[in-house]
Design a binder for this molecule. Structure first.
Ligand SMILES: Nc1ncnc2c1ncn2[C@@H]1O[C@H](COP(=O)(O)OP(=O)(O)OP(=O)(O)O)[C@@H](O)[C@H]1O
Length: 231
């Protein structure tokens, strides 16, 4: 991890409570169980994110940026576990929350967009069906309300002709459009924190710029704090 993302020493006095603090990661350490014993993948990471703020985790390949993001979401692959630290979302330590509680937090309070939107979208469901399903899973909405919210979300990410996109399948959209759909899906639930793990790596350079500009504008409009990986 770069110095910007590395953990504070822990010797500093506890800061005064800060109501704008959304997410605070302290001393996060993740290890992988191997035949030769535990291997540390992320060591003593710490950072704080305030409402409306953007924070970038920078570091060389393999330094643990994705693992940090997955640990925050409680989505570490089997064999990996956080072995020290805290991930405070308001007063709640996500590392100590059971899976049921985490499921309520994901999407609603903390959402994540991944590198390759094609692998996160279901190829046999329309964009609209996926958006409304995600919305209905998190909020008690009628189908009609969910459809309206989904189309609004597609509009918010500046997709042309949102009503038509709603009825299309992922393969009918370009890579940049698919990433916009993923952003729409993540933001439709109005999370406090959006984690973006290299959201533009799979896109060509001009589309990368458009998606990053869009994320920046949406952050301003919604106040969602953003934790982009390789912005
Ligand atoms: N599924 C896995 N099983 C075992 N080890 C893994 C797995 N995924 C990642 N690792 C290891 O965890 C460490 C951190 O990986 P991570 O993917 O977080 O790096 P990164 O900083 O996101 O890299 P990149 O910039 O290349 O995406 C690496 O040493 C990697 O080998």
């Amino acid at each position: 991890m770069s110095p910007a993302a590395s953990a504070p020493s822990g010797a500093a006095p506890a800061p005064a409570p800060d109501s704008s603090l959304v997410l605070s990661v302290e001393g996060l350490t993740v290890s992988l169980a191997t035949a030769a014993g535990p291997r540390t993948l992320v060591q003593d990471i710490g950072f704080a994110l305030r409402r409306g703020e953007t924070l970038a985790l920078a570091g060389e390949s393999g330094s643990g940026k994705s693992i940090t993001a997955l640990a925050i979401m409680g989505l570490l692959p089997p064999g990996m576990a956080p072995v020290a630290g805290r991930v405070m979302l308001g007063p709640t330590d996500l590392l100590r929350l059971p899976e049921r509680g985490l499921r309520r937090i994901r999407g609603n309070r903390v959402a994540m967009i991944f590198q390759e939107p094609m692998t996160s979208l279901n190829p046999v469901m329309t964009i609209g069906a996926q958006l409304t399903e995600a919305l209905c899973a998190h909020a008690p909405l009628s189908r009609r309300e969910a459809r309206e919210r989904a189309i609004e979300a597609l509009q918010a990410v500046r997709l042309s002709d949102p009503a038509r996109r709603f009825a299309q399948y992922p393969h009918e959209l370009s890579g940049g459009m698919r990433q916009r759909v993923m952003i729409a899906m993540a933001l439709a639930l109005r999370p406090d924190v959006l984690i973006a793990d290299e959201p533009t790596t799979a896109l060509d350079v001009t589309v990368q710029r458009e998606v990053l500009d869009l994320l920046r504008d949406l952050r301003r409009e919604t106040g969602t704090a953003l934790d982009p990986h390789h912005p």
